[in-house]
Ligand binder design. Structure first.
Ligand SMILES: *Cc1c(COP(=O)(O)O)cnc(C)c1O
Length: 368
């Protein structure tokens, strides 16, 4: 491949155009309501709940919007963590936001390893980690890797068995939730996620009492209409402008998911004979904005050099694991053999709407 070919960037988000958002903005001009769960915010929450419930075949889904995916995780943990306990199990291999959210919820992360195929913490790994702790954890934060559907049934069984509350960091998985239960699923609405509105997040649950508490948690702990703080909280609301973008996204979300799945299919076909494997199901069974390959150890250096030489941008979206970040180097952790072996080889490839088949062929060629 010629070194003169145009560079290919790793991700180019595509949000609704200003024309698509305008009808919703016009409604803000008319109501003069700009935040505090205004009509657009409520319509977005209810619209997302209907859409998610229909997709998962579940009734009574509630969606509570938040200022980011990180704050969505934080408030879900704060609401669910068992009082008087300090540890929160979480995988080391995740986007670093997970660790910030756990700490900001007042908990101490305990880093665990992940399962090789799906890059996730499993109930068995959590049980092994619990056996090493001096006391039971306050909660477990289970991360859905790059948008993979979380194992909700498995974690419901874990919670029933051990009485340890589970919260899902399903930040990138908003279009792949096949089961929704009482355990809160925190999602991100950041521009780089499938349901991108710019900045934003949401917690999804069928537990209405929990949802009401989360709403209070996003607005100074005010419960109901009284301006009285029932508990310590913060301001994690979204504005009506953010909700306007959210409603425009919602109107086109199924079509967007289909376009991303088509792109994933093209990639899977292009990489069929490559020695690199795609993350299980990524891009074809569920939509993602961050498509990763696992490159065999003996080909890693050569493959990355070929991508660089052809001007193809790549990224280790999650770096080498939480324990490699200076801010989190001192955390308690279990042995992390899979994370150490896997993380350096999980490489994010160019993936975005507008990527051409010719460009995908160039990426596949570099990974041959
Ligand atoms: C994107 C992401 C987050 C953070 O979401 P923000 O909306 O950027 O705060 C947290 N965890 C994971 C796994 C993510 O991919």
């Amino acid at each position: 491949m010629s070194g003169l070919a145009a560079p290919i960037v790793v991700l180019r988000p595509l949000l609704p155009t200003s024309a698509e958002v305008l009808p919703f903005l016009n409604r803000i001009d008319a109501t003069r309501i700009y935040s505090n769960y205004g009509p657009l915010c409520l319509e977005m929450q209810q619209g997302m709940a209907r859409w998610l419930g229909a997709k998962a075949g579940v009734e009574g889904v509630r969606v509570v919007t938040a200022s980011s995916g990180t704050t969505a995780i934080e408030i879900a943990l704060r609401a669910r963590a068992l009082p008087g306990r300090r540890f929160c199990l979480m995988p080391s291999f995740t986007f670093i936001a997970s660790a910030h959210a756990v700490c900001n919820a007042g908990l101490e992360p305990v880093l665990t390893d992940v399962e090789e195929g799906r890059f996730t913490l499993t109930p068995a790994l959590a049980e092994a980690a619990m056996a090493e702790l001096p006391e039971p954890p306050a909660a477990v934060l289970v991360v859905s890797a790059f948008g993979a559907p979380p194992d909700v049934a498995g974690w419901e069984a874990f919670e029933a068995k051990h009485g340890i509350p589970v919260v899902f960091d399903a930040a990138a998985a908003v279009t792949s939730l096949r089961r929704i239960g009482h355990q809160p699923l925190a999602v991100s609405l950041h521009a780089t996620k499938v349901f991108g509105i710019g900045e934003g997040g949401a917690v999804i649950t069928t537990d209405h009492a929990l949802a009401d508490r989360l709403v209070a948690n996003t607005g100074f702990g005010f419960a109901g209409t009284e301006r009285v703080s029932a508990e310590r909280a913060g301001n994690y609301r979204i504005s009506e402008y953010a909700a306007a973008v959210g409603l425009a996204v919602l109107a086109g979300i199924d079509a967007k998911e289909q376009r991303l799945l088509r792109l994933g299919q093209l990639y899977a076909e292009a990489l069929r004979n490559s020695p690199c494997r795609l993350q299980q199901g990524a891009g074809t069974e569920w939509a993602t904005m961050t498509l990763n390959v696992v490159i065999p150890r003996d080909r890693l250096e050569g493959s990355l050099a070929r991508l660089d030489a052809d001007g193809i941008q790549w990224r280790r979206w999650w770096g080498l694991g939480t324990h490699h970040h200076p801010a989190f180097r001192d955390l308690r952790r279990t042995a992390l053999p899979v994370t150490e072996e896997l993380a350096p080889r999980v490489i994010g490839l160019p993936f975005y709407e507008g990527l051409t088949e010719g460009e995908i062929a160039r990426v596949a060629e570099a990974l041959r």
